[in-house]
Design a binder for this molecule. Sequence first.
Ligand SMILES: C[S@@+](CC[C@H](N)C(=O)[O-])C[C@H]1O[C@@H](n2cnc3c(N)ncnc32)[C@H](O)[C@@H]1O
Length: 268
Amino acid sequence: MSDCSTQKYSADSHIAEIYDQVETQLDDVDLIVRLIGPSTGLTIFEPFCGTGRMLIPLARQGHRLTGLDESAAMLARLGAKLQAEPETVRNRVQLIHSSVFAAQWPAQVDVVLLGGNCCYEVSSSDEQKALIHRAAACLRRGGHVFIDNDDHPSVELAPGWRKPPGQPRRAFPSGTCQDGTRLEGSTETAWYDIHGRFTHYIRRLKVTHTDGSISHREWQETCHPIVLAEVLAAVKQAGLVVEQTFGDKQGNPYGPGSPRALVWACKS
Ligand SMILES: C[S@@+](CC[C@H](N)C(=O)[O-])C[C@H]1O[C@@H](n2cnc3c(N)ncnc32)[C@H](O)[C@@H]1O
């Protein structure tokens, strides 16, 4: 069993295709475009860029994008999609294959995107804070960071997260690829800590290949759902000024029951 949570995106090369089947919405990209305004040619850095759901539309808009991801499979799919783009778009994109904490982040960028629930990709409050501090460090003065996570409504682990251990349930990555390869992902709560706001999972992946052979992967994952108050505190500590908060990807105000917690903050 591996203890690497990024197995979720790296355990099999077909995962990237399943990701693109599941994650098709672009409301957050539309919101980013509205927040950026009419400027074009901005330098935008997207750690956790995945298969380019956000990166490609922004490059098409004329911005210069650097994407970073540690999954070779996700980056390979992004690279293949870029090949289908006009050369002008392709030339605006640079990709870095690395863990977020191992790589040097670009300097003096206009916008950093910490979108798509990426704070949930790291497993502790310290790492979540570190992402926001790193984002602040690589922005130019007047640059912005976009932070978008599922809202977690309480400081203690919310009841919906307290699933009984020992009950596997279907989870990402699950689905059938174009070549017929079938992925069946599951997640099983191993333990949770209500006061520490942690859930520890056992993740499994069964892959049925086109020749009928089957492979199994298993790894562990720890999740620390971030709350808006933590995001706001880290943003302030990092020397950023919150300009707007939203409660969903359409840009509606944040309030009780909001599904998301989004922050648009500026380096003053
Ligand atoms: C949920 S996907 C988000 C992709 C994209 N931002 C989007 O919104 O569609 C998360 C991505 O983060 C990457 N990832 C997770 N942990 C990482 C880490 N520590 N360093 C770099 N990339 C990481 C995964 O490989 C995956 O591609």
